[in-house]
Ligand binder design. Structure first.
Ligand code: GUN
Length: 383
């Protein structure tokens, strides 16, 4: 750790070989939970037709329970005991923790190969202004993840009353540092600091958050390529793609329009040829619109807002929310829940992310990936 102009500046570099990286294919794990409909052969002996109490579609999962009704060709109906009745199985859980571990392992291997070939490693600088406990926790996790991936981490912690010029000076120093390939200013910053000005001051070639106007502008335009894409939205897309969920031609609804998640998530889905709608706090009929969606990304910051009744059966649901819900059964008095009512939605969705263990771990994994890609570009090294 060193001190620069009165602020705490850290330079941590670990290159420990990490035991315990998840080896199993997360995609396989997620997909293995999605059962196809079993043959109805045994329930439909010749001369009878099964009348199922639920609608069967080939893409939905099924489980079996109580009797079905059998109709004779004559038209009379009899109940057959112990014959199976179809009911939808719960959604396949998208294991974000396992998928994030896979991404982190991929990054670690590529960082090692890059070091071997060039003698260089990627560097990430994280700037924290003020002492928000949640931000401090996120920043600590980001630095730890860098160490585990073989990425050099730099950091500057500024007090909550730091001036905007002081923040800009730190950003300028990292812009000029050739060992730094990614700069992240943790949000939110204190109110007296102009976020737009600070984010715009980051060199767009080091903008691992993808929030610089040039990168977000390119993301929004057809035929243009941003240098970086925001981490959480990119993580949502990775979860869908690595779970084998098609996006092109599908109807997608994003709940929430924030600069950090909702808007870039919608742009990413559109670039993958989904038909995209954003609903937000002023949308009068969000439920009706969400019900059309094959893919739902919930990032509205409202605890358990998306209900099971809002979903089209079989929809893929990505829950970005993290909210603390009172829970006396927990030692700490609360548990984490998302913007989706998980217990209800898992009964209707085809795939769903849990909270915690869904989108959360992906944000850091993608941050590492973005930093690696930034370094590779700087060194003209092909990944
Ligand atoms: N605060 C919450 N999410 C993010 C993020 O993705 N990037 C930054 N810089 N700050 C955040």
């Amino acid at each position: 750790m060193c001190h620069v102009e009165g602020w705490t500046r850290h330079s941590g570099f670990q290159n420990k070989k990490q035991p315990g990286f998840f080896q199993k294919s997360a995609t396989r794990a997620a997909l293995s939970k999605c059962e196809g409909p079993p043959s109805l052969q045994r329930a439909t002996p010749s001369r009878t037709t099964a009348i199922m109490s639920a609608t069967a579609t080939a893409t939905l999962g099924w489980k079996f329970s109580s009797p079905v009704l059998l109709r004779r060709r004559s038209g009379s109906v009899r109940a057959v005991s112990r014959a199976p009745q179809a009911a939808r199985a719960d959604a396949a859980i998208i294991d974000g923790k396992a998928i994030a571990e896979t991404v982190r392992e991929e990054v670690r291997e590529k960082v090692a190969a890059m070091k071997e070939a060039t003698g260089k490693v990627p560097g990430l600088a994280v700037v924290l202004v003020g002492g928000r406990k949640d931000s401090e926790t996120y920043v600590r996790s980001k630095k730890k993840a860098c160490g585990e991936a073989g990425i050099e981490s730099f950091g500057t912690d500024l007090p909550g009353d730091a001036t905007e010029d002081e923040v800009l000076a730190v950003v300028a120093a990292y812009n000029a540092d050739p060992n730094v390939h990614g700069i992240l200013v943790q949000l939110p910053m204190p109110d007296h600091i102009d976020e737009e000005r600070v984010l715009g001051a980051i060199d767009y070639e080091k903008d691992v958050d993808g929030f610089h106007p040039l990168n977000i502008g390119r993301l929004s335009q057809r035929g243009r390529e941003p240098l970086f894409v925001p981490c959480t939205p990119r993580g949502c897309i990775e979860l869908l793609e690595r779970s084998g969920i098609p996006i092109a031609g599908k109807e997608a609804v994003v709940v929430g329009r924030s600069n950090v998640v909702g808007t870039p998530a919608a742009l990413l889905l559109q670039r993958r040829d989904a038909t995209v709608t954003i609903v937000h706090s002023r949308t009068p009929n969000s439920e009706e619109i969400v019900k059309r969606a094959d893919i739902v990304i919930a990032a509205c910051g409202r605890m358990e807002m998306v209900k099971g009744s809002w979903l089209k059966p079989g929809a893929a649901v990505i829950d970005v929310g993290i909210n603390a819900k009172d829970d006396d059964t927990k030692k700490r008095g609360y548990r984490l829940v998302g913007d989706v009512d998980f217990e209800e939605c898992k009964k209707v969705a085809g795939h769903i992310t849990p909270v915690p263990g869904g989108v959360g771990p992906m944000t850091i994994a993608i941050l590492l990936q973005n930093t690696l890609e930034g370094a590779a570009r700087a060194y003209k090294y092909e990944l």
